[in-house]
Design a protein. Structure first.
Length: 95
């Protein structure tokens, strides 16, 4: 898998769209910033921030880009995570 392809994928797939697609409720917290309950540990108050193509939980320290999100949330390896994105129609049309 080309590193250029992975970088292009991260640029084209908005992380907040993928996280919402995975059923996580995002709360707007400013311009281009969202908060959510972290799915990687139990909590009652949102500690996961999503902005600038990255997610970061201030509770459990989970963090990363949209590919890391797919790997952790769906328990996939890198190749499997990339393959999941190939089904997104707007990606295929432009690549």
């Amino acid at each position: 898998m080309s590193n250029d392809f992975a970088e292009e994928l991260k640029r084209r797939v908005p992380i907040e769209v993928q996280i919402a697609r995975d059923g996580v409720k995002l709360q707007k917290a400013g311009s281009g910033r969202y908060l959510a309950l972290c799915v990687f540990h139990h909590e009652k108050t949102p500690s996961m921030s999503v902005s600038n193509g990255m997610f970061q939980c201030f509770g459990c320290q989970a963090s990363g880009d949209v590919i890391t999100w797919m790997r952790r949330f769906h328990e996939l390896d890198f190749g499997q995570a990339i393959a999941e994105f190939q089904g997104i129609s707007f990606m295929i049309a432009d690549m």
